[in-house]
Design a protein around this ligand. Structure first.
Ligand code: SF4
Length: 585
């Protein structure tokens, strides 16, 4: 294959049918792969009448044209579905090895439909595709399941759900390679609703570049850029993604105690520097990645595993007012084993802590109680006690206790680790992100904080709409190829286009890619509109719009969203109701 194998594996767990179908290459060229192709296929397969946890919902696993090519960070893959947490389009991507290995089975896409009668697993190998009984694995954690199914980094890779997915927890993740997560929006619950415990892949096919010399040259050029960038050659390898913890805290944009403050007095204790000094065993890379941002850590009690990344350290740290790095790290490990989205889990615990402190939730839970994390996470995965409420996510939790304004979420998805009152453009990103509040679909960390490509005023609103739109389109491109966003901190779209050309043999320019990004964004928008979402959903929690930051460098600021939204709709060529105009389709 040169980029695309041209094949979709389509499995219906209700009937047990296994079919290989051709991939429509016109659609592949328009949407590339990953998130874009997933959105396009989902558009046809899952309409507004489908309940997210019904057999009619689907899981669409997509690779991209560069997946498994050995271009730097070409390990990632995507899952698309309708979210049981938000009701919006769901897309999530993950690194590791599984995506590369699935591509090697000779398929671009795996569609899983229906619901198996009993716990099942899918195995895709050169010997064929099998649907097998997984009764002996049901109830087991991710780590044990992954090991029992024969995980072998470069040869055989396991993706599975943990107890959280089995118990239809709305913030459940799908875990691959034992430590990586397709996390946001509850894809693990969709997999659990299908009685599908695991998907094991082993392949032999190769994604051979059409132009080998040009591909090698692009690998060399990309390698040079990754080495030249202090972010990808020093900061991320040395301190991991949590390298930004102290930076974000310094500028007053680190959400603290459920966004009641925007600076955490103990941020240094949960920072990338602290992780490296106190618990880091080694750093690790996903397949074909020279950046090695992944942390393998060991706590004082001897527990060892992957993490914590920045978002997870924040979610169980500043968001919950907790500074115990060991217990934060163990909370991260437990989420990996239970199969839970760490951002939504930590955010929802923070929401529960505030509800309890305000006397709205009958519980002794308080901010700063590090020792409660373990039981809260485990109870969420098994839907026990208060955990049964946390399993529904922060929006349903806060609404149940009569205080919907305390849920820090957009379109039902919990906010990640940037307080937009200190980064106005980030507020617009959250409000307009198609899968709900998200830092991966157009993060403004680069221009508003890190001066990438140059520093802009983080408190300004005028002119932000254009920059946000370009960042969102660019993120959609990266997610569709599928590359890792950290590579994009050093490598521009122009280089990705040239690599894509070398792999597929078809000419692509950076402009072509950005058009794909815009197309993907508009299609996701249309999907949500078809589901009944409106411009009223392009908003932020009341606290961020109306409660000024009380202290620190962002003191006095709220998010001035309304004028940015008007400008945003205009820039995107949408009408005043946020509906893409016909010429944009
Ligand atoms: S930069 Fe980090 S997350 Fe991205 S591919 Fe490399 S190791 Fe994986």
């Amino acid at each position: 294959m040169h980029g695309w194998s041209g094949k979709i594996l389509d499995i219906d767990l209700s009937s047990g049918s296994v079919e290989t179908r051709p991939l429509d290459m016109e659609i592949a060229r328009q949407f590339l792969g990953g998130r874009g192709l997933g959105a396009r296929l989902l558009w046809d397969l899952v309409g507004p009448e489908v309940e997210p946890l019904s057999p009619e919902n689907v899981l669409i696993f997509t690779t991209g044209p560069i997946t498994a090519s050995a271009s730097q960070t070409s390990n990632r893959f995507n899952v698309s579905s309708k979210s049981p947490l938000t009701g919006t389009i769901l897309h999530a991507n993950s690194g590791g090895w599984w995506g590369m290995q699935f591509k090697r089975t000779g398929y671009d896409v795996l569609i899983v439909r229906g619901r198996a009668e009993k716990p099942s697993l899918i195995e895709i190998t050169p010997d064929g595709v099998k649907i097998e009984d997984a009764g002996h694995l049901w109830g087991k954690g991710v780590f044990e399941t992954t090991e029992l199914l024969g995980q072998n980094r470069n040869k055989r890779n396991v993706m599975c759900i943990g107890p959280a997915g089995e118990n239809l927890v709305r913030i459940a993740a799908i875990m691959n390679d034992g430590e990586r997560a397709l996390a946001r929006g509850g894809p693990g619950a969709v997999m659990g609703s299908k009685n599908l415990k695991a998907i094991v892949v082993a392949g032999k096919e190769k994604n051979q570049p059409a132009d080998k010399d040009q591909f090698k040259f692009m690998q060399y050029e990309t390698g040079k850029l990754l080495k030249a960038s202090p972010l990808t050659s020093q900061a991320l390898p040395e301190f991991g993604t949590a390298v930004v913890m102290n930076v974000i805290n310094e500028i007053g944009a680190l959400p603290t105690r459920n966004f009641q403050q925007s600076q955490f007095e103990h941020a240094d204790k949960i920072s990338g520097e602290a992780i490296t000094e106190e618990i880091l065993v080694k750093n690790q890379a996903c397949w074909a990645c020279p950046i090695t941002c992944t942390r393998i850590s060991k706590t004082a009690s001897g527990k060892e595993g992957e993490g914590p990344e920045f978002e997870s350290a924040w979610a169980f740290g500043a968001q919950c007012g907790i500074d115990d790095l060991d217990l934060i790290t163990e909370a991260n490990f437990l989420c990996n084993d239970m199969g839970l989205d760490t951002i939504s889990m930590g955010n929802t615990i923070g929401c529960a802590m505030e509800l309890a402190e305000r006397g709205l939730l009958d519980s002794d839970l308080r901010f700063g109680q590090a020792e409660t994390l373990h039981d809260l996470i485990q109870d969420t995965a098994y839907r026990q006690g208060l955990g049964n409420e946390l399993a529904e996510g922060s929006v349903r939790l806060a609404a149940k206790h009569g205080a919907p304004e305390i849920a820090m979420a957009v379109k039902g998805l919990e906010l990640p680790a940037y307080d937009p009152r200190g980064m106005q453009g980030q507020g617009l990103v959250y409000a307009t992100s198609n899968r709900g509040a998200c830092h991966e679909t157009g993060n403004m960390l680069g221009p508003e904080v890190l001066a990438l490509p140059r520093l802009i005023d983080r408190f300004a609103t005028q002119g932000k709409a254009g920059i946000v739109s370009v960042h969102q389109n660019s993120a959609a491109v990266i997610d569709s190829l599928v590359y890792c966003k950290f590579a994009n901190m050093a490598v521009a779209e122009e280089f990705f286009a040239r690599t894509l050309t070398a792999v597929t043999g078809e000419p692509y320019t950076a402009d072509d890619l950005m058009k794909v990004g815009e197309r993907v964004w508009n299609l996701e928008r249309l999907y949500n509109l078809r589901e009944g979402f409106t411009k009223e959903d392009d908003t932020l929690p009341d606290r961020l719009l109306n409660d000024p930051v009380v202290a620190g460098p962002s003191k006095g600021f709220t998010v001035n969203l309304a004028p940015m939204l008007v400008e945003y709709y205009q820039f995107r060529g949408w009408d005043e109701n946020g509906v893409p105009k016909p010429e944009k389709l």
